[in-house]
Design a protein around this ligand. Structure first.
Ligand code: BES
Ligand code: MN
Ligand code: ZN
Length: 471
C-alpha cells in the first residue's frame, strides 16, 4: 500500500516465514549486522525500502503477543517517525495473528499520544506534527471488528486529549470559571444539557463543605452538571464525579514549595470525567450519563477556612476541618450528596486525592475503592480492557475510627497511616444511598520530571466502564 510509512509490529523472537520478502530481508540483514533485536522497544528504520510502495519501513518489536505489548511497539514505531514529514502511516501485524478491535483501539490511543503537543502557552513550541492519517491492515473478515475498535479508540483518544489539554493548562488559565465555560462548550458541540452553578446557586443548594474550601480564593467556584441522555429517562443514569481543584496550595495548612506547581493538576479528576463525557457523546451508546464537577481553588487568605473550623455539609453531617490540605474530600462529599437526586445506577468519583495513594501504588495503578464487589469487578474489567490499570484497596470499617472528632460528626483527616484508605472512608460516609466506587488518580493523572504532563487517565477506564452499561 502506498503510504509515507509502514510500521510492522512483530512479537516473539523470529519473523513469520510467510512475511513478504521485501520486509523480511531487511530484518534478516539488520539482525545479521547486529542492528536489530527482537526485544520489546527495539525498532528498525529503513528508508525507501526496496519492493514496497511505502516510503519508509519501521519494524517494531513487541516482545510479547499481548495487545499491551502491541500498543507499546506501535508507540515506539511512531516515536521513530517523530519529526519526519510523515502524514499517512500504515500499521500491520507482522506475525500470523489477526488484528482485532483491541489492536485498533490501541493504535488510535498510541497515535493520539504521539500527535499530542502542548502549545497553548508556549509560542516557541515546535510546529504541530503533520501525522494526519492512519491505516490498520487487516483481513476482510476482521474489518468490521477493526472499524468498531478504531471508532471507539478515536473517541477515547479525543476524550484523553481533551482531558490532557484541560489539565496541562496553568492554574491562571484553567480556573473554575474556565472549566465551566469548557463544559458549556462541550455541551453545545455535542448536544448535551449543561448547567453551571455559581457561588450564589451553590449556597442555595447548601454545599457548606465545598464552599468552605472555595472561600479562601478570589476566584469564584463553579458546580458543573452535564448530562448525556442516550436512553429513556426511566433508565437510571451512571453518575461520574470529578475533583476540580484548579490549584491546591494546601490553604492555611500550606504545602511545601517543592513541586507545588504540579498542584495545577489537582483538577485531573474533573478533566477525566469531562473527557469521558466527550468520548461517550461521540459514541452515542444507549444509556444515561451525568457528570458532576465541583471546582474551586484551595488558597490561604484572611477569608480562608482555618484548621479547627467546623462546617455543615449538604448531607447535614458536620465536619471538623483539621487540615485544610485535605480539601478534595470536602468538595467531593457535597457532590456525592448532590448525586442522590438523580437516583443513580451507580456513582464513581475520580480524584487526585492523596499523596498516600502514590506511596501505596506508585505511578502505574490508580487506587480503586468500593464496598460493592460487583461494581469493583466491573471497574477492574474495564481497566484491563482499556489498558488503564487500577488496583483495589480495602475499606474495612476499622479504618473509619481514624475520622472521629470531638467537635463534629467527623474530622476531615485521620493519621498518616493508610491515608488513601481513610480518605475513601471519609467519602463513603456520603454514599449510603447508591452503589459507589472511588478512583484515586493522584499517582496516575500526570507525569512529573522531564516529561511533565497530563496523562488523560482514567478516561480509558471510565469510557469502557460506561460503555459496558449500554443496553
Ligand atoms: N491534591 C492533594 C493530593 C496529592 C498530593 C495528589 C500529591 C498528588 C500529588 C490533596 O488535596 C492533599 O493535599 N492530600 C493530603 C491529605 C492529607 C492532608 C491528609 C495529602 O495527601 O498529603
Ligand atoms: Mn490538598
Ligand atoms: Zn488536592
Amino acid at each position: 500500500m502506498a503510504a509515507d510509512a509502514l510500521i510492522v509490529v512483530t512479537h516473539g523472537d523470529n519473523i513469520d516465514p510467510a512475511l513478504d520478502g521485501a520486509i523480511a530481508s531487511p530484518i534478516k540483514d539488520a539482525v545479521a549486522l547486529g542492528d536489530f533485536q527482537f526485544k520489546a522497544g527495539r525498532t528498525l528504520y529503513v528508508q525507501k525500502p526496496a519492493g514496497l510502495k511505502a516510503q519508509r519501513l519501521v519494524v517494531a518489536a513487541a516482545g510479547a503477543a499481548s495487545v499491551k505489548a502491541f500498543k507499546n511497539a506501535v508507540a515506539s514505531g511512531l516515536a521513530q517517525l517523530k519529526g519526519l514529514g510523515v502524514k499517512h502511516v500504515v500499521i500491520a501485524l507482522g506475525n500470523a495473528d489477526e488484528a482485532t478491535d483491541k489492536h485498533a483501539e490501541a493504535v488510535a490511543a498510541a497515535a493520539a499520544d504521539a500527535a499530542y503537543l502542548y502549545r497553548d502557552t508556549k509560542p516557541s513550541a515546535q510546529p504541530a506534527p503533520v501525522l494526519s492519517k492512519l491505516t490498520l491492515l487487516c483481513s476482510k473478515l476482521a474489518a468490521k471488528d477493526v472499524q468498531r475498535g478504531l471508532a471507539r479508540g478515536a473517541a477515547i483518544a479525543a476524550g484523553v486529549t481533551f482531558a490532557k489539554s484541560l489539565a496541562n493548562l496553568p492554574g491562571n488559565y484553567c480556573t473554575p470559571t474556565y472549566l465551566g465555560e469548557q463544559a458549556r462548550k462541550l455541551g453545545k458541540d455535542h448536544g448535551l444539557k449543561v448547567e453551571v452553578l455559581d457561588r450564589k446557586q451553590i449556597e442555595k443548594v447548601g454545599m457548606g463543605s465545598f464552599l468552605a474550601v472555595a472561600q479562601g480564593s478570589a476566584e469564584p467556584p463553579r458546580f458543573i452538571v452535564a448530562r448525556y441522555e442516550g436512553a429513556p429517562k426511566t433508565q437510571a443514569p451512571i453518575v461520574l464525579v470529578g475533583k476540580g481543584i484548579t490549584f491546591d496550595s494546601g490553604g492555611i495548612s500550606i504545602k511545601p514549595s517543592a513541586d507545588m506547581d504540579e498542584m495545577k493538576y489537582d483538577m485531573g479528576g474533573a478533566a477525566s470525567v469531562l473527557g469521558t463525557l466527550r468520548a461517550i457523546a461521540e459514541l452515542k451508546p444507549k444509556l444515561n450519563l451525568i457528570v458532576l464537577v465541583p471546582t474551586c481553588e484551595n488558597m490561604p487568605s484572611s477569608t480562608a477556612v482555618k484548621p479547627g473550623d467546623v462546617v455543615t455539609s449538604l448531607s447535614g453531617q458536620t465536619i471538623e476541618i483539621l487540615n485544610t490540605d485535605a480539601e478534595g474530600r470536602l468538595i467531593l462529599c457535597d457532590a456525592l450528596t448532590y448525586a442522590e437526586r438523580f437516583n443513580p445506577a451507580c456513582v464513581v468519583d475520580v480524584a487526585t486525592l492523596t499523596g498516600a495513594c502514590i506511596i501505596a501504588l506508585g505511578n502505574h495503578n490508580s487506587g480503586l475503592f468500593s464496598p460493592d464487589d460487583a461494581l469493583a469487578d466491573q471497574l477492574v474489567a474495564a481497566s484491563r480492557n482499556a489498558l488503564d490499570p487500577v488496583w483495589r484497596l480495602p475499606l474495612d470499617e476499622e479504618y473509619d475510627d481514624a475520622l472521629k472528632s470531638n467537635f463534629a460528626d467527623m474530622a476531615n483527616v485521620g493519621s498518616r497511616a493508610g491515608g488513601a484508605i481513610t480518605a475513601a472512608k471519609f467519602l463513603q460516609r456520603f454514599t449510603g444511598k447508591f452503589r459507589w466506587a472511588h478512583v484515586d488518580v493522584a499517582g496516575t493523572a500526570w507525569k512529573s520530571g522531564a516529561a511533565k504532563g497530563a496523562t488523560g487517565r482514567p478516561v480509558g477506564l471510565l469510557t469502557h466502564f460506561v460503555l459496558s452499561h449500554a443496553v
